[in-house]
Design a protein around this ligand. Structure first.
Ligand SMILES: N[C@@H](CCC(=O)N[C@@H](CS)C(=O)NCC(=O)O)C(=O)O
Length: 256
């Protein structure tokens, strides 16, 4: 990749972290532009007009080539960005491990399948932002909101975790050797995207006690280079919530 890339993102956003970790893994140079999405910056008119009409981060912009008057190339949706980065990265040997593209149509299709499942399942039950709201609300409302807003998400997440656990069990992962979603030692985009999502829950201090293979898989992916650096802010945010939460979050027993 010889063009200049700019990543519009924020490190408290799961899809943004997945893209940034991949850029670093593949040693693709990029400029960083932080978008204060929590304060509504992605919803401002200039953002929709100049950056991304979907009003979301991450957005990746490849600067156009002035000499041939090519326009900038703007791409939204993390899964599309992840695949694009793999297709364009200079180090194709490494990139194909994450996503083989035309070199491995079946493996790529399987990765696509898990990415789609991640968006429709694991991500829909992400409880980080509701827990953040809970953290900021009045103490008298915390227990009530925990029941009405957090528990239903956790129940939904449990069926996804059970699916993953039995998938790994079927692959023969015995809890001592690392497993990946599509088999083989090297993780793919599917592992990266899904683990970045689950890691938000781990950052708060939740333990997936009933899902040992899933826990091991998360730990394996999270111990790769760059993962913890890019996750430092979500870990800080999670720690603050945990330290000030008292016992109402049931960190040890929510996922048994
Ligand atoms: N499907 C999108 C989801 C992106 C997304 O939800 N981004 C959130 C941050 S995590 C966002 O941009 N929120 C801005 C807003 O709601 O104003 C992707 O994978 O890129």
């Amino acid at each position: 990749m010889t063009m200049t890339l700019t990543l519009y993102a924020h490190r408290l956003s799961q899809p943004c972290r997945a893209v940034e970790i991949l850029l670093r893994e593949l040693e693709v140079p990029y400029k960083w532009h932080e978008v204060d999405f929590a304060n509504g910056q992605a919803r401002e008119p200039w953002f929709a007009e100049q950056i991304n009409a979907f009003k979301s981060i991450p957005t990746l912009i490849s600067a156009g080539d002035e000499q041939s008057s090519n326009a900038d190339f703007r791409l939204a949706e993390s899964h599309a960005i992840l695949r694009y980065v793999c297709r364009e990265a200079g180090d194709q040997e490494q990139a194909r491990r994450w996503y083989p593209g035309d070199e491995g149509p079946r493996r790529s299709a399987e990765i696509d399948q898990w990415l789609a499942w991640h968006h429709g399942n694991i991500r829909s039950y992400d409880s980080f932002h509701p827990i953040m709201n809970l953290h900021l609300t009045l103490p008298m409302l915390k227990y009530e909101l925990q029941d009405t807003q957090i528990r239903p998400l956790q129940e939904g997440l449990k069926s996804g975790l059970a699916m993953l656990e039995s998938h790994f069990e079927g692959q023969g992962a015995d809890g001592s050797s690392p497993a990946t979603l599509c088999g083989g030692e090297h993780p793919t985009l599917a592992d990266l995207s899904t683990v970045c999502e689950l890691y938000q829950v781990v950052a708060i201090g939740y333990q997936f006690k009933g899902y040992p293979r899933v826990s091991q898989w998360i730990e394996t992916i999270a111990s790769r280079p760059h993962f913890k650096d890019v996750s430092a802010e979500i870990l800080d945010q999670g720690r603050t919530i945990r330290e000030q939460s008292g016992n109402y979050l049931e960190l040890e027993n929510a996922f048994i």
